[in-house]
Design a protein around this ligand. Structure first.
Ligand code: NDP
Ligand SMILES: CC(C)CCC[C@@H](C)[C@H]1CC[C@H]2C3=C(CC[C@]12C)[C@@]1(C)CCC(=O)C[C@@H]1CC3
Length: 345
């Protein structure tokens, strides 16, 4: 009788491994002795020991080639939230994730760790110390969030001990760190255009920003804890720095660290949110004639003017999670990594 040889548990694939989080994850996995395949729509770097498979995750055949002999899959690919393209989000985050799950089943993958987002419960109003049992947002703030919700549901539902596929979802929040293409570059661009003078609201709202190494640590802990008897099977976990910070203090620390002035003047939240909504509608109406992307989108204003911080006590309890880098050290390391974005550079 032919026996199927189980692939080594240290052989994994990172879907989205060319991206910001994906590359940090790949680097840590290599440090820890894993053999890594990257599946991504693009190749952004080369590293000894990493095999790249280029393709769209909606293409099952392309995925199957990359998943040969792989026992563990990290799925951290998504279109960027700023793209605001409903059809693209639906195709990649929903249909694409279904394809990833089918390919994993066919290829005999045993574990899938999804990068979800804490935003799946965020509706634009305050969340303080939110736990994983909060209901999914009924009115998600954008298409990105809407499809991240469906994606997480699909992955958690696919957890099936009988069939030998175990799944877990990691929900990070506000990831930052070296090579991040969003937070710091957008912030600096806004400052360079003279638009970072204002604080939206009274500036007291607390938010989670999570250093990328902590997010990576949470993913690897989840993968290594994922066994049939483990309580984490089919569940979602918040992974944060566990140090909520005032949104505007965090922005100011980054700006000042890079040589820019911190925002000082206050504007009422409802006024800015209303204006952002108006601009967004205008950009939609004018899209056939002129393409403009407002900096202060309703989503960004909501994130900048409300409390949104999450408890990671479930991750502490079930998988022994503890942040490995403090917020202060994470900010220092991030600021040092962007010499080209310094004021006057
Ligand atoms: N950044 C943050 O603050 C947070 C991020 N997350 C989640 O973390 C994950 C990683 O985010 P991040 O690293 O910031 O994002 P990136 O955009 O840096 O990385 C995502 C990668 O996936 C690729 N990709 C997109 N579409 C496809 C596709 N159809 N097939 C194959 N690859 C594809 C992207 O390519 P390309 O660049 O060409 O599109 C990119 O290389 C995402 O799932 C995101 O939702 C969750 C919470 C917070
Ligand atoms: C112009 C300023 C008011 C704001 C500049 C910083 C913002 C670009 C970022 C502040 C919070 C960030 C954030 C995300 C993207 C970048 C910010 C809006 C996410 C939407 C990324 C994807 C997620 O899953 C949730 C994140 C929440 C925080």
């Amino acid at each position: 009788m032919a026996t199927r040889i189980r692939p080594s548990s240290k052989r994994c694939a990172v879907i989205g491994g060319s991206g910001f989080l994906g590359r940090h994850l790949v680097e840590k996995l290599l440090d820890k002795g894993y053999t890594v395949s990257v599946f991504d729509i693009r190749q952004s770097y080369e590293l000894p020991g990493v095999t790249f498979h280029l393709g769209d995750l909606c293409d099952k055949q392309a995925l199957l080639t990359a998943l040969q002999d792989v026992s563990l899959v990290f799925h951290c690919a998504s279109p960027a939230p700023a793209s605001d393209d409903k059809a693209l989000f639906q195709r990649v985050n929903i249909q694409g994730t279904q394809t990833v799950l089918q390919a994993c089943t066919e290829a005999g993958v045993q574990k899938v760790v999804l990068t979800s987002s804490a935003s799946v419960v965020f509706e634009g109003t305050d969340i303080k110390d939110g736990r994983e049992d909060l209901p999914y947002a009924k009115k998600p703030i954008d298409y990105y969030t809407e499809t991240k919700i469906e994606q997480e549901k699909l992955v958690l539902k696919a957890c099936d001990k009988e069939k030998g596929l175990l799944t877990v979802a990691i929900r990070p929040h506000g990831i930052f760190g070296p090579r991040d293409p969003q937070l710091v570059p957008i912030l600096v661009d806004t400052a360079r255009r003279g638009k970072m003078k204002f604080i939206i609201g009274d500036g007291s709202n607390l938010v989670d920003f999570t250093f990328v190494d902590n997010v990576v640590h949470g993913h690897i802990l989840a993968a290594e804890s994922l066994r049939p008897e483990s309580p984490i099977c089919g569940k979602a976990y918040h992974i944060t720095n566990d140090e909520p910070v005032r949104f505007w203090d965090f922005m100011s620390d980054i700006l000042v660290g890079l040589g820019y002035a911190a925002p000082r003047y206050h504007l009422p939240y409802t006024l800015v949110y209303g204006l952002a909504l108006l601009l967004w509608l205008l950009s939609l109406l004018l899209r056939p004639l002129v393409a403009f992307k407002p900096t202060f989108t309703p989503m960004r204003v909501a994130l900048a003017g409300t409390h949104h911080f999450y408890s990671c006590s479930r991750a502490k309890q079930d998988m022994g999670y503890k942040p490995v880098v403090s917020l202060k050290d994470g900010i220092r390391c991030t600021v040092e990594s962007y010499p080209h974005l310094r004021h006057g550079a």
